[in-house]
Ligand binder design. Structure first.
Ligand code: IPE
Ligand code: IPE
Ligand code: MG
Length: 234
């Protein structure tokens, strides 16, 4: 069982297009697929679920789609806060939040605050997130910490300054929607994750699809640089 699952929820637009619907309908359907996955992960006792909701490159989309995504984000946080809290889920948002509207930023903070003492699943939403940005901001923070605290840079670790500091790295990475790329998601953190790609479009990703990814994961031997013999014979 993976402790940490990271997902690129891709394929909302194509799902809608296939149904002659506007792309925004795909994003709405994507929210309900996310709810299903969150609840399945919570039931399975997964510790951390990280999902890519909006990349630092997604601002390049048509204005109308971007503003609809922002509205959907705000609305979903409003509607789901109580349910997350009731399910003992702790929410954390990673990414450059200052680019969001004041109301979205304060809602994010409010839900993080509300759920901060929960002990169940840690749900991390990557929003205006980029893996390169994360590494860069970690290095900058590390440098300013070193000079302020008067410690040597070589005594500090990049991990401790990433937006996922203190959180174990993803064991299983899933990308739906058929593309085989990372698209600037967790670049540092995916170093040793098992990678799983499926053609299933995100709105169609359900518990059975998650089970399939889990089964795939459980058949992998994770060697972390060692030989297979070392692992089977201790
Ligand atoms: C992923 O689905 C959701 C976001 C990037 C917000 P897409 O919108 O990228 O769907 P496709 O790839 O166009 O089908
Ligand atoms: C990655 O999907 C970002 C999210 C799912 C939020 P994209 O659809 O933006 O990725 P590319 O553009 O196909 O690489
Ligand atoms: Mg896409």
């Amino acid at each position: 069982m993976p402790r940490h699952i990271a997902i690129i929820m891709d394929g909302n637009g194509r799902w809608a297009t296939q149904r002659n619907k506007p792309r925004t309908a795909g994003h709405k359907a994507g929210v309900s697929a996310l709810r299903t996955t969150i609840e399945a992960c919570a039931t399975y006792g997964v510790d951390v679920l990280t999902v890519f909701a909006f990349s630092s490159e997604n601002w390049r989309r048509p204005d109308q789609e971007v503003s609809m995504l922002m509205e959907l984000f705000l609305l979903t946080l409003k509607n789901q806060a109580k349910r997350l809290h009731k399910n003992n889920i702790r929410l954390k948002i990673i990414g450059e939040k200052t680019k969001f509207s004041e109301s979205l930023q304060s809602k994010m903070q409010e839900v993080e605050q509300l759920t901060s003492d929960n002990t169940g699943l840690l749900l991390i939403i990557a929003a205006n997130y980029g893996g390169q940005w994360d590494i860069e901001q970690a290095c900058l923070q590390m440098m300013s910490y070193a000079s302020k605290e008067n410690v040597s840079l070589s005594d500090l670790k990049v991990d401790d300054f990433l937006s996922t500091a203190g959180i174990p790295e993803p064991d299983l990475f899933i990308r739906t929607g058929g593309e085989h790329r990372i698209s600037n998601f967790l670049l540092w953190q995916l170093a040793y994750s098992e990678l799983y790609f499926t053609d299933t479009l995100w709105p169609d990703f359900d518990k059975d699809a998650l089970d399939l990814a889990m089964t795939h994961y459980s058949s992998r031997q994770r060697r972390f640089g060692q030989t297979g013999e070392q692992l089977t014979h201790g």
